[in-house]
Ligand binder design. Structure first.
Ligand SMILES: [Zn+2]
Length: 71
């Protein structure tokens, strides 16, 4: 029996694109407001880190800003 020795693929959480290891951006998802952050704000419960492509991470953080302005 073969044992695959492959590292788990890193995918962009936003668009599903496969990311090169080391090129991904990790954002933390807040369980408190459902937004992604570079660093989870004080008092927020973290749902963990998720990987994004550089462009998607920027877009995602922009959406966090917009969501916070609406809140
Ligand atoms: Zn992406």
């Amino acid at each position: 029996m073969k044992h695959p020795n492959k590292k788990p693929k890193i995918q962009c959480q936003r668009c599903g694109e496969e990311l090169k290891p080391g090129k991904e951006v990790w954002l933390e998802l807040s369980n408190t407001d459902g937004n992604y952050y570079t660093e989870i704000p004080d008092g927020h419960v973290s749902q963990g880190g998720f990987s994004f492509g550089t462009a998607c991470a920027k877009a995602q953080l922009k959406e966090t800003e917009i969501a916070k302005q609406k809140a």
